[in-house]
Design a protein around this ligand. Structure first.
Ligand code: SF4
Length: 362
């Protein structure tokens, strides 16, 4: 562990990791041996994003996989890469086209960052994604862990990755060592760096990710079939399974959207703020204050109502027919009239698109 150079997460220096006992060094070797054998036998080796190891393709997949399941990303990754096969193609694209392809993946700030970062890569690096973690981390939307994932998965370099799956494995199996280093975030980075192999960064990263995703799962860890079970203290403390939130504990929010139509049947769309739900997407204008309707009402003007379940809250969406034309939008927001054909090329939240398509004539 003395070979660990000082590094920073943000601006915080990591603790020196010394005084590692021979027992822990042997445990580290055991960890690598068992994890590597399990990965070769049972890891994931045929995910769509494992067929293209270019830095750009890995970067796109890592951003898509943030807070999104593998199964969901499968439906988006291929289409995105076909339309934007290179950094330059993404940089030259219109943001609306990027958001339209991202529509349904959620967390839309990721798409904004990806697009902005692609333009910076063209401007600063001639269209080639940098290889050094420091340069990657200077781009919008790429934090230290994502930079490490790109460096290891694309370039096979030993680099620290601490996504939620890896964190869980490390805080469970290496619980005592984590505490020995002082606990918390900086100690976890020091631990992860100590565990890096001299070479084979890609396999090490992918093995940790896969073990966390397939075996050492958050709520129901499969310890009996885990390659590390012989000397793992088990899921307790920081890595203990968390109780899922009951429906009654989930946040609820009501949103009222307004449908304005012009004589050609086009509907009025408003660009949403770059923060919050559906960041930067085109949407129907949202009513504020008195225009909202109560739950259970079916009053005049109510066209549709849907319950939309997001990862962090339940959204009840009411769609109201509205007139006359609304006052100008809040500052900084664009507005446009859009026919059904034009809407097909714009990034709209899928639930709003579905509500519009369910109406008799829009
Ligand atoms: S033995 Fe259980 S808690 Fe320990 S790493 Fe394996 S699955 Fe996770």
């Amino acid at each position: 562990m003395r070979r660990e150079p000082a590094r920073t997460v943000g601006t915080s220096p990591l603790p020196a990791a010394d005084a590692v006992s021979p027992v822990e060094r042997r445990r580290r070797a055991y960890f690598h041996r068992r994890l590597g054998a399990w990965f070769r036998r049972a890891g994931r080796h045929d995910l769509p994003w494992q067929r293209d190891r270019r830095g750009y393709a890995v970067w796109v997949s890592e951003i898509m996989l943030q807070q999104t399941t593998v199964e969901t990303v499968r439906g988006y990754y291929g289409g995105f890469l076909r339309r934007f096969p290179t950094v330059r193609a993404l940089a030259e694209a219109n943001l609306d086209e990027v958001l339209a392809l991202w529509s349904g993946l959620g967390y839309y700030r990721r798409a904004h960052h990806l697009h902005r970062a692609a333009r910076l890569v063209v401007a600063r690096h001639g269209g080639r994604l940098p290889r050094r973690e420091e340069d990657l981390g200077a781009l919008p939307g790429i934090g230290p862990s994502t930079a490490g994932a790109i460096a290891s998965l694309a370039y096979d370099r030993p680099a620290v990755v601490l996504d939620t799956n890896v964190r869980r494995v490390l805080t469970r199996y290496w619980r005592d060592m984590h505490r020995h280093l002082g606990g918390g975030e900086r100690a976890l980075w020091a631990l992860a760096r100590w565990l890096l192999p001299e070479e084979g960064g890609r396999a090490h990263t992918q093995a940790l990710m896969d073990l966390g995703a397939l075996v050492c799962r958050p709520r129901d860890p499969g310890c009996p079939r885990c390659p590390l079970v012989a000397d793992c203290p088990g899921p307790s403390g920081e890595g203990a399974p968390r109780r899922p939130k009951a429906d009654s504990e989930r946040r609820r929010r009501r949103m009222t959207l307004l449908l304005f139509r012009d004589r050609q049947g086009r509907v009025l769309l408003e660009r949403r703020s770059s923060r919050g739900i559906w960041a930067g997407l085109w949407c129907l204008p949202e009513a504020e204050g008195s225009a909202s309707v109560s739950v259970g009402s079916a009053g005049p003007g109510l066209l549709a109502r849907r319950l939309h379940r997001l990862s962090h809250l339940d959204l009840e969406i009411c769609l109201l027919a509205a007139h006359p034309l609304p006052p100008p939008g809040r500052s900084g927001r664009g507005r446009r009239w859009a026919s059904a054909r034009e809407r097909a090329r714009l990034g709209l939240p899928p639930i709003v698109r579905a509500m519009l398509e369910s109406l008799p004539v829009t």
